[in-house]
Design a protein around this ligand. Sequence first.
Ligand SMILES: Nc1ncnc2c1ncn2[C@@H]1O[C@H](COP(=O)(O)OP(=O)(O)O)[C@@H](O)[C@H]1O
Ligand SMILES: [Mg+2]
Length: 428
Amino acid sequence: MAEQTSGDPLFRSHDPIFNRKELLHVGHVPDEDRIVGRDDEIQSVAAEVGAITRGDPPNNVMIYGKTGTGKSLISRHVATRAQDAARSNEIDCAVLYVDCSEANTETRATRQLALSLKEQTGYQQNIPLRGVGTMEYYQHIWGILEDCFDAVIVILDEIDKLDNSNILMQLSRAREAQKTDTYIGVIGISNKVQYRETLDERIDSSFGHRELFFHPYDASQLREIMRNREDAFQPDVLEGGTIELCAALAAKKHGDARKAIEILKEAGELARRTGSETVSESHIQQAQEVAEINRIEELTSGATVHAKLALYALASRIITGGRETYKTREIYERYVGICELVANDPITENGLYRQLKEQAFLGVIESEKTGGGRSQGSYLLHRLVTDPKHIVKAVRRDSSLEELPTYDQLHETSPSATNRDLDLDSFA
Ligand SMILES: Nc1ncnc2c1ncn2[C@@H]1O[C@H](COP(=O)(O)OP(=O)(O)O)[C@@H](O)[C@H]1O
Ligand SMILES: [Mg+2]
């Protein structure tokens, strides 16, 4: 926090823009008094796991909500507070956190649980990093829990990324199966509400659980979240209206607090790079563009080439055709042409339809059923949730797709309003 001045001006540590930049880091867990607008959610999560603090068995809970709605933050916050409250009642409670987007198999997840339990205790036995299966990791987990803890809260973040749900079964049945007497409370977190349906198919009733839904933040909540971190910047660096603009942009898009904070940070970096003394609204605008492209790239990075081509097809139709929504058939026709461009065998129209549904899932596109007349039947209309320019940029970042026309090239191919829609054919 304090400014240190080192002798060599080359390494002068005074930052003209940022004061405490760490407040804007993605992984930063703010203090309680910087958490905004989630009182009800905090209460609800506490109500599910709170029994632990009184020496009673907790409920399992699943939290659903879009990215940046505070799910990870609130879970960790409540778990830590529960641990403290338990401690003051002389109950030993462990908190374990697994990011299942990293530890995405049962083996990886159980290994991480075992290792972090070992780290929190004086456990002597060696836990091998490889060459052993989940059974051995479970043995260590039950052993350490039995020896050292009355209760444990296990946070399984981004649980939809796990390749199977066995870990939920194991954790929820452990007491019944007499593996351990330790009370186990699971907080499962998913960015996808759709995971809920597959979860019911995959697990039986032994993972009896409550469900909570976190909603996107509105502009005034985002404003408050950012105001609470204003001291990330040097005094008077943020121009009037910048936080308001940033909140308005983020609220309009997705109500995602992570993005709002990222935009603010990126805007500060932009200001610094360009030698500006203040952060202006135009820095926020530019930062928002960068953030949006990053977001799309993040969302689509795990998608198949065909999903990316389908997105590109929709974006290019919007750019060259000028309409907002297109039917599956129209996107498919464009997609087939694009496949030729990048020498890829197209999948079937039905396959493409499924890819589009998957994208709707990711929050990149929205699809809506439109009832045609009696003779026409109904069909789906797809729209992009973002600027098509960003989709084109993000898709072209895939090295196998960088041959695709750029936004400017697509834009140039739509000179006449009459046959605009056909113009991409000149690329095929
Ligand atoms: N209610 C809030 N108050 C303050 N900061 C928040 C709040 N909700 C989220 N944040 C911040 O926004 C970022 C994203 O939150 P996170 O909990 O990771 O969202 P999710 O897990 O739902 O994707 C984090 O940096 C977090 O500190
Ligand atoms: Mg999260």
